[in-house]
Design a protein around this ligand. Sequence first.
Ligand code: HEM
Length: 279
Amino acid sequence: MNDNAGKAEWHGARLDFKESMSYGDYLGLDQILSAQHPLSPNHNEMLFIVQHQTSELWIKLMLHELQAVRRHIREDNLPPAFKMLARVARIMDQLVHAWDVLATMTPPEYTAIRPYLGASSGFQSFQYRELEFILGNKNPNLLAVHAKAPEHHAILEQELEAPSVYDEAVMLLARRGFPIAAERLQADWTQPTRPDASVQAAWLGVYGDTEHHWALYELAEKLVDLETAFRFWRFRHVSTVERIIGFKTGTGGTSGASYLRKMLDVVLFPELFALRTEL
Ligand code: HEM
């Protein structure tokens, strides 16, 4: 006979959670797991929903990390920023691999769902837009997409007007004694990052004497890691889209794959790539 018979435990684990917080309570699993509402009768719509929802959760974490990264750079406190930037790059890598799961969806499977999606599109993801903005790919015109949701609009407007993570890195270069052009330090933050000769010269100085500028060198390489992972994500998105919908227009109304191909030309941290030609 089991000595534990009748006791509310199993191998030391509690079995009774009437009085205390459980796993599901802590994680809000009732809300998360009841948020999948397929609209079509098609089996594959669940994959489509879960893939988008999990991507949004990871984007939420990336934003949380990047906001802290920006704060730490502003406060000249680089070690925690390095740790967080490494985490963001790994999250992005993971999202790159997540496309393999979605790629198991075939064109006929997507076509069965497509009429139920209406005009909904990742293009309307406010978190994704915030991610682009905090990394410096600003575009004031895209705020209009969020006019229907004032709280999202307000978050994006605030992010549009704030210096990006990279702008903070450029300001740090100036604080560390590198001569950065005044126009760059007082740039209109609502505009996308523009290449600047003084910033490139500063990074060249860092890469030219890594021993003396190790922390800035490490910051630069962490940013390059992140941008590289982001580029892979964009590439896997457009490749998966071509595989599934070919060259049809998107549910959001753009030209579809050709719009996404243009996004492959986005460069987030221009000088960090341009300087490599000089090394
Ligand atoms: C079968 C799957 C998918 C298809 C066919 C698809 C297709 C497209 C298309 C055609 C666009 C361009 C905008 C439009 O006209 O709609 C777009 C944008 C976008 N999609 Fe997807 N997508 C898929 C999956 C995903 C997933 C899983 C995510 C993850 C969050 C995602 C996030 C985005 C984002 C953020 C944009 C805006 C990109 C930008 O403006 O640079 N998509 N998608």
